[in-house]
Write a protein that binds this ligand. Structure first.
Ligand SMILES: [Zn+2]
Length: 317
């Protein structure tokens, strides 16, 4: 039986079901809540996450991939506590986002890769929870020396373990292209890579290129209207489906249950569509209206995520 590691241990790949490939349970500034514990109500956050995941389960979603890294305040005990109170599987990531601590620039590629490999093969900290995906990121600053270090470490950890890479990009700057170039240089099979935040772009040439070179693209910020309005996101996705690219796209929101950047009230006021339920409630109906078929929706929500997450064992079997 092919299994995929989650916050509660291995789950049969056939059980993953409809999957959101880029979400977060909690994002926060590492160190802040540890030093000023009055800034957060841990039990309250677990209860809030439990409620939000129950709503998502009620809408048919069975798995989320939590791409929270160390520099986004990954808290594996918190994720596991939420998973224990949820019926939605939570796949956990290793890796580093684009605000890495000094550690990552003062240690070499292989030393950083060894940390990622440890999270994947032995588990995160003492939790026993194994990461099943590697996150790395390029933002407006591009590939700085520390980001180059991390992209290469991610590539080497991918090759050593077989788990996929999922990235954060600044789509307007076409930063997915340089990520692919670095991964290819490091010998990564680009079909094992999800180039994230691609749904922020309406540049069809850029998007087709990422997919033609073998990667999956993340149409994964539904609800973040400031990067690209919903109607345009739907239009681009429907167009690429019509062109036959449904096999190379996955869906998500990049939303969270709780973040230290924005209160729940601020989220509702400034980003009213940015929540876990937006895809099931609004986007799937809009895609159907735009001519996307049920089979293509199942491809993007079920078959593509499963193929990306389970390929590791197929490769080693
Ligand atoms: Zn994210």
């Amino acid at each position: 039986m092919t299994t995929v590691e989650t916050a509660l241990g291995p789950v049969a790949a056939t059980e993953l079901g409809p999957t959101l490939m880029h979400e977060h349970v909690v994002t926060r500034s590492p160190g802040v809540q540890e030093n000023w514990p009055h800034l957060w109500d841990r039990e309250g956050i677990v209860a809030l996450a439990e409620r939000k995941l129950a709503e998502l389960h009620g809408r048919g979603i069975r798995t989320i991939v939590d791409l929270t890294t160390v520099d986004l305040g990954r808290d594996i005990e918190l994720i596991a506590a939420v998973a224990r109170r949820s019926r939605v599987h939570i796949v956990v990531a290793t890796g580093v986002w684009w605000m890495p601590q000094r550690y990552f620039s003062s240690h070499g590629v292989d030393e950083v890769a060894a940390l990622f490999i440890r999270d994947i093969t032995q588990g995160i900290g003492t939790s026993g929870v194994k990461a099943a995906i590697i996150k790395c990121a390029t933002d407006t600053a591009g590939v700085t020396p520390v980001i180059d270090n991390i992209l290469r470490a991610a590539a080497r950890a991918q090759r050593a373990t077989g788990v996929p890479i999922s990235t954060h990009t600044w789509a307007a700057g076409r930063t997915g292209e340089l990520q692919q170039a670095i991964f290819a240089q490091e010998g990564v099979d680009l079909s094992r890579v999800v180039i994230g935040h691609s749904g922020d772009s309406k540049d069809l040439g850029y998007l087709r290129g990422l997919m033609e070179r073998g990667s999956t693209i993340g149409m994964d910020r539904f609800g973040l209207e400031s990067f690209l309005p919903t109607a345009k996101r739907v239009e681009v996705l429907a167009r690429l489906c019509a062109e036959g690219y449904a096999g190379r796209m996955v869906l998500s929101h990049d939303a969270n249950c709780w973040t230290d950047m924005l209160s729940e009230e601020d989220k509702r006021r400034t980003r009213p569509l940015w929540h876990y339920n937006h895809i099931p409630d609004d986007i799937l109906p809009a895609l159907r209206k735009a001519g996307v078929g049920e089979d293509q929706i199942e491809q993007m929500l079920v078959r593509n995520p499963r193929a990306i997450l389970e390929a590791r064992q197929k490769a080693s079997a």
